[in-house]
Design a binder for this molecule. Sequence first.
Ligand SMILES: *[C@@H]1O[C@H](CO)[C@@H](O)[C@H](O)[C@H]1NC(C)=O
Ligand SMILES: *[C@@H]1O[C@H](CO)[C@@H](O)[C@H](O)[C@H]1NC(C)=O
Ligand SMILES: *[C@@H]1O[C@H](CO)[C@@H](O)[C@H](O)[C@H]1NC(C)=O
Ligand SMILES: *[C@@H]1O[C@H](CO)[C@@H](O)[C@H](O)[C@H]1NC(C)=O
Ligand SMILES: *[C@@H]1O[C@H](CO)[C@@H](O)[C@H](O)[C@H]1NC(C)=O
Length: 610
Amino acid sequence: MEKKSWLCTILLLASACFASGAATGREGYVSAVGDPGMRRDELRLALESWNFCNEVGREAPSMGSPRVADCFDLKQISPASPVADDDECNEGAYEVIHRVTEHDNELGVGDPFPGAKNLDNVDLYAAEKEIYLGNKCEVKEEDNSTWQYWMIMLKNGNMDTSASLCPRDGVPVDPFPPEQRFPCFAPGKCMNHPLVLHNYTSFADDDLLRGSFFGTWDIDADLAEGTYNISYYSVTWEKELHEGGWEFHHVLKTSKKYPWLMLYLRSDATEGYSGGYHYPTRGMTKNVPESPNFKVRVRLDIKKGGGPKSQFYLMDMGSCWKNNGDPCDGNVTSDVTRYSEMIINPETQAWCKPDQLNNCPPYHTFANGTRVHRTDTSRYPYGAYHMYCCPGNAEHLEEPFNICDQYSNPQPQEILQIVPHPVWGEYGYPTKKGEGWVGDPRTWELDVGGMSNNLYFYQDPGTTPVKRWWPSLDVGTEIYISNEDQVAEWIVTTSVAEASDLRDEMSKERIMNRFAMYNPRALIMTICDKLPKICHAKGSSPGHDCCKKRCVDAKTDTLNCGECGKKCHYGQACCGGKCVNVMYDHKNCGGCKKKCKKGSFCKYGMCSYA
Ligand SMILES: *[C@@H]1O[C@H](CO)[C@@H](O)[C@H](O)[C@H]1NC(C)=O
Ligand SMILES: *[C@@H]1O[C@H](CO)[C@@H](O)[C@H](O)[C@H]1NC(C)=O
Ligand SMILES: *[C@@H]1O[C@H](CO)[C@@H](O)[C@H](O)[C@H]1NC(C)=O
Ligand SMILES: *[C@@H]1O[C@H](CO)[C@@H](O)[C@H](O)[C@H]1NC(C)=O
Ligand SMILES: *[C@@H]1O[C@H](CO)[C@@H](O)[C@H](O)[C@H]1NC(C)=O
């Protein structure tokens, strides 16, 4: 199974079925978020883009609010033949019916839509748009268990310090001068969103469904210098009709101006105040996994790691509860976002050490329940923790401690970052550096519920321990401020390996080749309506004119000759923006600018003499 590097599985398992399903039939699993193995041909997928403090801040020009969705159903348009028994040819034909239209996706602040109340507030507008799109993707209640919802999350670490957009530990602050940690290349320009380009899911051929989101943050890049040095992201999803599961191929590239970028694929169960936001958001998964009784199966194939500062999360869990254990309610001074992250980049060191206790949670709890304090140097597993930091509003912290980044979320946060270590082996997590890293694709079966139940999270003394629930579970990377452009590339698929093993070699080859690798040229080919100057990119653009989203040279393009959409007839060429018949045109005989000498004439594309 390991050799099928392009296969992955992500699957949330409900507790009740785990014991029986683990060893044998995969069919025995019941997924906590529906559609085990994600084999359903129809998809519910959305994208949200955040800025530093999880706000929109500013929409990218002509992109609309950065909440978009690709949700579709399939409609059979010709039935399978009742007599043919060849499976290959007996699927009937299907049509993709999108539930979210281009108009919906392009809604931007100020544009009304049903349910929109805050037309002028860019942050609240995005939250309301998300709910609106979510409603359009909603499935019937009785179908809860057979659907899975995915959120692609993008985040840009540049921070507009001068605009005071981010609160500090949930408390509004005055603008402060730019600081090195938060690159800001021009006032008011550093917290923009990326271009979000969307290839709606469609049939790439008879039996292959494919779609993608892609774009760049460098919307004001000097494209004359070419596109190879701009930031880039793409997520391409692909599935064969009636076979296997969806495969998600991710690419993330940083640039000089955007050295701190994040891209995650999240099983999205957020609803209400889920952490990271201070307004209700919309996730579409119905059952939020709760510790300790759930597992996650994920297969991850990392092609490129994203450099030494890539915090590649095998699993990143997020939730929100107050220090006294109460649920979050949108009050940013008392809500606390909690994260736990397993970083599998082997270059990530354990900062928690006997002489750096501030990076260690106060105690470690072994799987058997034994609790060890961080001062117990003979028993505490220092090497298991990269870093621990406390919420800035906690009142009873044990010295020494670090307060978490006070700006990156609207509310205070608590983060526990772990690295591969034998103590995590009991939960199915990596135990050694390099496990699951580049060249070592693996299927993981993680006892996320069991482990998260034993992790340390701060709570006020004497309060009832909170029931830990995890509305967000994601896989992906945060490339933290990198000195040079870094590229991360990875595949998460939801297909069940066994089923996909049945595919023939040719089919595998075909699918691999189809994934769009890092390809800034694709930007040039598809977005000039949004960004006309991209057609001026040196060396990589076919021309300076933009027709139907594509850069062309209207002086020579026979499909857009002189103006967009003006097609030349058969036998004609486009010369200097005019359709000419090169068979008989003595100025363009056999080709543009091939002039016949005086006294000769043009016949069949050749200059002849009478
Ligand atoms: C589907 O989910 C909704 C909302 O969580 C719930 O009220 C309903 O009972 C569920 N239906 C089934 C059949 O499980
Ligand atoms: C989007 O579709 C266009 C046209 O089919 C294709 O050239 C391009 O590679 C696609 N982009 C991605 C990122 O898949
Ligand atoms: C731009 O990218 C190319 C190709 O990766 C690289 O060779 C070149 O050094 C980069 N230029 C700059 C200015 O970073
Ligand atoms: C938010 O929480 C703080 C701290 O508990 C409290 O003082 C404040 O009154 C709360 N604000 C609102 C609007 O409830
Ligand atoms: C629990 O596990 C730890 C680590 O394996 C071990 O040191 C300890 O003795 C165990 N405690 C009990 C009560 O079994």
